[in-house]
Ligand binder design. Structure first.
Ligand SMILES: NC(=O)C1=CN([C@@H]2O[C@H](COP(=O)(O)OP(=O)(O)OC[C@H]3O[C@@H](n4cnc5c(N)ncnc54)[C@H](O)[C@@H]3O)[C@@H](O)[C@H]2O)C=CC1
Ligand SMILES: O=C(O)[C@@H]1CCC=N1
Length: 270
């Protein structure tokens, strides 16, 4: 089987995507080569069965991928991308780096290079990711279809109409899982403080977030309506929501957090 994909960087995000794709069966291990300098992470990736090298210079000379996926930190993109320029004539490049624009990559890969920006999130590892893409005009329909299917195997996929929106996407769904994990931590801590055993508090917090997210997605009801269905007049939920919603407290806090992430995404692109 020929190599379809080179994955550059197999850290948190690279590994999550690869794990999701291989689990789904959409991609076979023999179709992937991972480039990862960190030995422990190479070891982890090798357990998925894909080919692994430590540096671009170790790639087989005759390898001709359809797709080069860049999953390194934004800060090292300019240093790393030139090692893969030789593939630009044939392959499409897909970058998941926050903030790094298509124009920046095209400066290195050439103006005709086919480039897709994608903002995934780590739930991709279990097929529950949110993948948002924006492609430049050099990406052909066949590649768009292949990438669309690949991404869909690890979660929901959406396009955006303008690349500028990628900073907002990053701030909502790219970083978003961390906000939810922190909410689970906070709800667990509050449960413990209220007297629950630690493991019980964690189970209650996790299952509540999971159940609420599934209900919001599957019922087709507006989240506000679902909130009202939990809130008995003058009951317990109303007492809690008076704290969270009073003076728009949580809405303002989340809005400030998302704006901080969006601004940081813009900075990372400079
Ligand atoms: N972690 C997340 O939830 C998300 C991350 N991203 C983006 O994914 C990218 C990677 O982020 P993380 O996985 O969190 O970082 P990470 O630090 O876990 O992974 C980056 C990997 O790149 C490797 N690397 C460094 N130099 C390399 C080179 N020359 N060749 C090949 N690999 C090299 C590192 O050893 C590391 O394992 C970033 O650009 C980030 O903006 C996007 C969406 C979500
Ligand atoms: O924190 C970050 O910069 C990356 C981008 C989105 C999620 N993680």
């Amino acid at each position: 089987m020929s190599v379809k994909l080179i994955l550059v960087g197999c850290g948190n995000m690279g590994y999550a995507m690869l794990d999701g794709w291989l689990r789904s069966g959409r991609l076979m291990p023999a179709e992937v080569i991972v480039v990862e300098p960190n030995e422990a992470l190479r070891e982890r990736a090798s357990r998925l069965g894909a080919g692994i090298v430590a540096a671009a210079g170790e790639l087989p000379r005759d390898v001709e991928p359809n797709l080069v996926i860049l999953a390194v930190k934004p800060q090292v993109m300019r240093a790393v991308v030139p090692d893969y320029r030789r593939f630009a004539a044939r392959a499409t490049f897909l970058s998941v780096a926050a903030g790094v624009s298509i124009a920046t990559m095209a400066e290195i890969l050439g103006d005709d290079a086919a480039i897709i920006r994608c903002m995934p999130n780590t739930p991709a590892a279990i097929g529950k990711g949110m993948m948002v893409t924006f492609a430049n005009p050099h990406v052909n329909d066949e590649t768009k279809a292949f990438v669309g299917e690949l991404l869909a195997s690890s979660g929901a996929v959406a396009d955006i109409a303008s690349e500028e929106l990628m900073d907002a996407v990053t701030a909502v769904s790219g970083s978003g899982p961390a906000y939810i994990f922190h909410f689970i931590e906070s709800l667990t801590a509050a449960g413990k403080a209220a007297g629950l055993p630690p493991e019980t508090a964690k189970l209650l917090a996790m299952q509540t977030v999971y159940g609420a997210a599934c209900l919001a997605k599957e019922s087709g009801e507006e989240p506000g309506r679902l909130r009202e269905q939990v809130t008995s007049p003058n009951g317990t939920t109303a007492a809690a929501l008076a704290v969270l919603m009073g003076e728009d407290r949580l809405t303002r806090l989340v809005s400030d957090a998302v704006e901080a992430a969006r601004v940081r995404s813009i900075e990372l692109g400079k």
